[in-house]
Design a protein around this ligand. Structure first.
Ligand SMILES: [Zn+2]
Length: 444
């Protein structure tokens, strides 16, 4: 296939409106099934050589057995679902037309994470057409509900693989990128060795319902507001995980000149002082605190009996949900604010840390270095959560890397209006997956 043909397949994949379930609106399975059909048409060699099964209707699992059963399989994973997008004024191009213009492919899912779906399948198609026979089994897993927790997709795939006693050497998922970090003068490819956890706490201040014309001096909303403000002023302490320490060390020489002058010794504590000023830097080194939803009275002239706030935390490796609850309760106590989990089923502790002393890690690293000579490569963590919170259960190691430049907007590009990837990055992504699979499965 020519590059042009590969791009038009990717562009077509972006046209399917595989939007994840949204609260209050019905979930549409049809676009997922249509996409499944299109994948069969676009990647005939994969569909001839891999065993393919639909899981819970919307997700897909592909397995190609290797010639040497003593080698543990590798899995590459992406997700078919995308967050919603409306054709609005801020989208430079329609979010579901896969428009290619000015050297970029535009559309919802172009980075998160149909670049993976399309890139991985294309790589497999290409190597099969070359006659490559893997010695190690290759699995591809594409969930259909990653954006809403992966309970129907990834969790079910894990259950199936467990039933079949399949333990993986590693999983390659999203969660590391080629970042333009604001404190560095050059880009860096960050391979995520771990990901942060997830929990939401409900903070409630009680009051007395009454007429707004005769409020007490102190209201429930006032107490909750003070509590939230105190929570922001008293953040969880900095905690440097091993991968982040290594990321700092590996990129020290790329620090912006102005910062180098300001910070002479460039010790780790100086580095954290520098980078916590940027939201992405702060997210690497600390459990983040984000107040996201507030609720009080439903009428402007009635004092509420209760005021609530939902606060979302992303625990850094090393912090545990119980540490966060303790911290928040201590802060909330003087304001008589109650603290509880919003939904215990949606509490995820930070992941364990993958090893860099494996062939899998070395292969990812080498593939990056071959495609982008001179680009700094460093281990790190992913400040959000992925389907790997499930896949981690059946893999010796989980690595997180998407071969795409995020540019100055950083991670915000993932769910933004105007999500796009450069043509060059897409073609390099296909090359990256090809090299990685060959290195791991008996190629040179
Ligand atoms: Zn994603």
């Amino acid at each position: 296939m020519t590059d042009c043909e590969k791009l038009s397949v990717f562009s077509k994949i972006l046209e399917f409106r595989t939007v994840s379930a949204q609260p209050g609106s019905s979930f549409e399975m049809a676009p997922f099934l249509q996409l499944h059909d299109y994948l069969q048409e676009a990647f005939p060699a994969v569909h001839k050589n891999f065993q393919r099964e639909a899981v819970n209707k919307g997700s897909l699992l592909y397995i190609m057995p290797g010639s040497n059963p003593s080698l543990k399989p590798i899995m590459l994973t992406a997700h078919l679902d995308v967050v919603p997008a409306e054709e609005g004024e801020k989208w430079p191009h329609h979010p579901f037309r896969g428009i290619i213009e000015n050297g970029r492919v535009w559309g919802r899912g172009s980075v998160d994470y149909k670049i993976g779906v399309s890139g991985m399948l294309q790589a497999c198609e290409d190597i099969l057409n070359e006659g490559f026979q893997p010695d190690r089994s290759i699995l591809l897993a594409f969930g259909h509900d990653e954006e809403t927790g992966g309970m129907n997709g990834a969790a079910e795939i894990v259950r199936l693989l467990r039933e079949r006693n399949i333990q993986l050497s590693s999983v390659l998922d999203e969660g590391g990128y080629i970042y333009s970090l604001p404190w560095l003068r050059e880009d860096v490819a960050v391979i995520g060795l771990a990901e942060k956890g997830y929990l939401t706490l409900r903070l409630t201040a009680g009051g007395e319902q009454g007429h707004a014309s005769v409020p007490g001096i102190r209201t429930a909303a006032g107490a909750l507001g003070e509590c939230l403000s105190s929570l922001e002023k008293n953040q969880m302490s900095v905690r440097l995980s091993e991968p982040v320490k290594r990321m700092f060390k590996a990129t020290k020489h790329l620090l912006n000149d102005s910062l180098r002058e300001e910070f002479v010794s460039l010790s780790l504590s100086e580095m954290t002082n520098i980078i916590e000023k940027w939201p992405i830097g702060n997210a690497f080194i600390r459990t983040t605190t984000a107040t996201t939803m507030l609720h009080g009275s439903s009428r402007e002239n009635i004092l509420p009996a209760e005021v609530t706030a939902l606060v979302n935390f992303r625990p850094v490796p090393g912090d545990h949900s119980k540490d966060i609850v303790k911290h928040v309760k201590e802060i909330a106590f003087p304001f008589s604010v109650e603290v509880e989990f919003e939904d215990v089923r949606k509490v995820f502790e930070p992941s364990s840390e993958a090893s860099t002393e494996t062939d899998d890690y070395r292969s990812i690293r080498e593939a990056v270095e071959e495609i982008w000579p001179g680009l700094a490569v460093a281990p790190g963590i992913f400040p959000a959560a992925t389907d790997s919170r499930h896949y981690g259960q059946i893999a010796d190691n989980v690595y997180r890397f998407v071969p795409a430049h995020l540019g100055e907007s950083g991670l915000s590009v993932l769910h933004s209006e105007g999500e796009s990837v450069s043509v060059e990055d897409y073609l390099n992504a296909v090359e990256f997956y090809t090299l990685y699979i060959k290195k791991m499965c008996g190629g040179k």
